[in-house]
Design a protein around this ligand. Structure first.
Ligand code: NCD
Length: 324
């Protein structure tokens, strides 16, 4: 049964629920993310649209702004023949939340219209778990609070595998606002399932990775180190995973920290990096990657965006058409 290999199914709530086996195989008919995402990618390139999810509908309830996550879920649903039934960007303003309705009521109301899946982004930690308790349809966490962004973490793992051909034994630097970035937290949960990974946390001391993630990595036998300059680690690493200062989440990262240039990917960092290393970023970028980096073949962040479409198509297919 799919649920044994995919705890939490049919909801996607946190990165801990994915097993390595589910992410990368061996092949199971019901679920295997990377294999499915690769197939989806080939088909997108062939401009192929399927009717697999014909008559299935998705709700997108976003209490926080989004470009990539919301657009890629819509695109994924359309490509598979399904439709977006209701989509709101600023649900706090443009749904009954503005009148005081609580999240669990909104979820129960939307379920009455019989969507097949609800994609939820919320500013509160664990909002997706609360929603899942009352929802009669699968909830996909599209980022909640400062804790989790599990679908981003899947497309990140997929991107590393595609770009570098493996995840085991890689050295990965996570850079910037590690304290408040949900993306790097979820990515750590995913990397913890692989062998011989070494993580360099590069941040000012006021924005370091939180102890719960470090404790998790220790339990999984993942080596990590902390430093305060990207220039120091650049020659050693295979992946730079850059993050944005999470201003709206009360970042402790000071503007002074930015000026020091220790946390910015620019020409100086490129010079020091290995020839076959890559630079990733969940985007949006502000000024933490200099525009001059974009032309370098190691800049993988726009390819990473494209992978988001295939991974989200694969996820929708696994959740909504598990038997096909
Ligand atoms: C991230 C998010 O919303 O957490 N963006 C994304 O989903 N691509 C990262 C960010 O906002 O900095």
């Amino acid at each position: 049964m799919i649920s044994e290999r995919f705890p939490g199914f049919p909801h996607i709530l946190e990165a801990q629920q994915f097993s390595r086996e589910w992410i990368e195989g061996p092949f199971f008919r019901e679920a295997i993310l990377m294999d499915r995402a690769n197939t989806m990618q080939e088909r997108v390139e062939l401009k192929w649209v399927r009717t697999l999810l014909e008559h299935q509908t998705m709700v997108q309830l976003f209490y926080e702004e989004s470009t990539r996550t919301r657009a890629s879920f819509s695109a994924a649903m359309l490509r598979l023949g399904g439709q977006t039934m209701f989509s709101t960007e600023n649900a706090g303003l443009f749904s009954s939340a503005a009148k005081g309705e609580i999240l669990t009521d909104t979820i129960q109301v939307l379920c009455q219209y019989k969507p097949n899946v609800i994609v939820l982004r919320h500013h509160q930690d664990d909002a997706s778990k609360e929603a899942a308790k009352v929802s009669s349809v699968p909830i996909i966490n599209a980022g909640d609070g400062k804790q989790q962004h599990p679908t981003q973490a899947l497309l990140d793992i997929f991107t590393i595998q595609k770009e570098l051909g493996r995840i085991d034994n890689l050295r990965i630097a996570m850079v910037g606002d590690l304290e408040k970035s949900r993306v790097v937290r979820s990515l750590c949960y995913n990397l913890g399932k692989f062998e011989g990974v070494h993580i360099d946390f590069v941040s000012p001391t006021c924005a370091q990775m939180k102890p719960d993630i470090k404790a998790y990595l220790e339990r999984r036998g993942i080596v990590f180190s902390e430093s305060t300059s990207i220039l120091d680690v650049a020659p050693e690493i295979d992946v730079i995973y850059q993050t944005r200062v999470q201003k709206e989440r009360g970042s402790n990262f000071k503007s002074n920290d930015r000026k020091l240039g220790y946390f910015t990917v620019d020409g100086k960092v490129l010079e020091r990096m290995k020839k076959d290393a890559i630079i990733m970023h969940p985007l949006p970028r502000v000024d933490e990657i200099a525009p001059e980096v974009d032309a370098d073949p190691r800049a993988a962040y726009f390819r990473q965006v494209a992978n988001g479409l295939s991974v989200r198509m694969a996820l929708l297919r696994i959740i909504l058409a598990p038997k096909e």
